[in-house]
Write a protein that binds this ligand. Structure first.
Ligand SMILES: NC(=O)c1ccc[n+]([C@@H]2O[C@H](COP(=O)([O-])OP(=O)(O)OC[C@H]3O[C@@H](n4cnc5c(N)ncnc54)[C@H](OP(=O)(O)O)[C@@H]3O)[C@@H](O)[C@H]2O)c1
Length: 237
């Protein structure tokens, strides 16, 4: 891992990433850090969070990246990304219930893979609410704005800073303004283009694409992403 064109100059609001000691969250942390977005790495354990933040600072010298226990991390930013295994999704949201504030934006990247219950990673679990993101919307405190995104972006591609991403991020949410806010943040990562995929209920489809990609990746030995064709770059103004 290296950062040939790292530019950690900070001119953005911070983002908190719950579960950023793990694969996807850490990949997002280093990419955001490289884009000059201050990152607060969240973990159930403050020491583990600081250790991961330290690893990110090693990769991106000068980056604004700190670590904190999940609750403190979520308190410290207006935008919170949730990146935990589905088996801990509801528990994590329960633990954040007293912490999340109305008007915060919660970007949920969680995928209810059957692997969460020792099943296959190429199969999905049924979620009563329809999708992990809809479960998050039901569990988050009133006024927290939930969108879903990033399910099809592989942790390995994010973490390998030499890897050009050049792919789409499928964004679902009930309010255009919330998706715009999420897209403006996510598109700071070079090579990611956000596409409005409709209401939060569409997340049951976008989440399931992860299972599809896991099968493709295994067959072709790659880290594939998604690119929609015939689409002008969406205008998030
Ligand atoms: N990996 C990918 O390429 C990828 C791509 C797209 C979407 N996703 C989805 O993004 C989410 C995160 O994936 P990941 O691969 O980053 O997962 P991961 O590395 O297995 O876990 C992420 C973090 O979640 C926390 N965690 C793990 N088990 C937990 C538990 N039982 N209770 C509470 N917290 C727990 C851990 O942080 P602490 O122990 O430090 O709290 C861990 O570092 C998943 O829903 C996955 O399906 C992953």
């Amino acid at each position: 891992m290296s950062s040939p064109d790292a530019d950690p100059a900070t001119d953005a609001e911070p983002v908190a990433i719950i579960g950023a000691s793990g694969a996807l969250g850490f990949g997002l942390a280093v990419r955001f850090a490289r884009a000059g977005v201050p990152v607060v790495v969240g973990s159930r354990d403050a020491g583990r969070a600081e250790e991961a933040a330290g690893r990110a600072r090693e990769v991106i010298p000068g980056a604004s990246c700190s670590g904190a226990e999940n609750g403190e991390a979520a308190r410290s930013a207006q935008v919170v990304i949730l990146s935990v295994p589905f088996r801990s999704h509801s528990e994590t949201l329960t633990n954040l219930k007293d912490v999340l504030r109305p008007d915060q934006l919660l970007i949920d990247a969680t995928v209810p893979l059957a692997a969460a219950v020792s099943g296959k990673a190429t199969r999905m679990l049924g979620v009563w609410q329809g999708s992990a993101a809809q479960q998050a919307a039901e569990m988050a405190p009133e006024g927290v704005r939930v969108v879903s995104a990033l399910h099809t972006v592989s942790a390995a591609s994010l973490t390998d800073l030499e890897h050009p991403l050049e792919q789409d991020v499928l964004l679902c949410g009930d309010k255009r303004a919330d998706k715009t806010e999420a897209a403006r943040l996510i598109e700071r990562i070079d090579g990611l283009r956000c596409v409005d995929c409709g209401r939060l209920e569409m997340s049951r489809i976008t989440e399931s694409l992860t299972a599809l990609l896991i099968g493709v990746n295994s067959r072709y030995k790659v880290h594939a992403g998604i690119r929609l064709t015939g689409l002008a770059d969406p205008d998030w103004e």
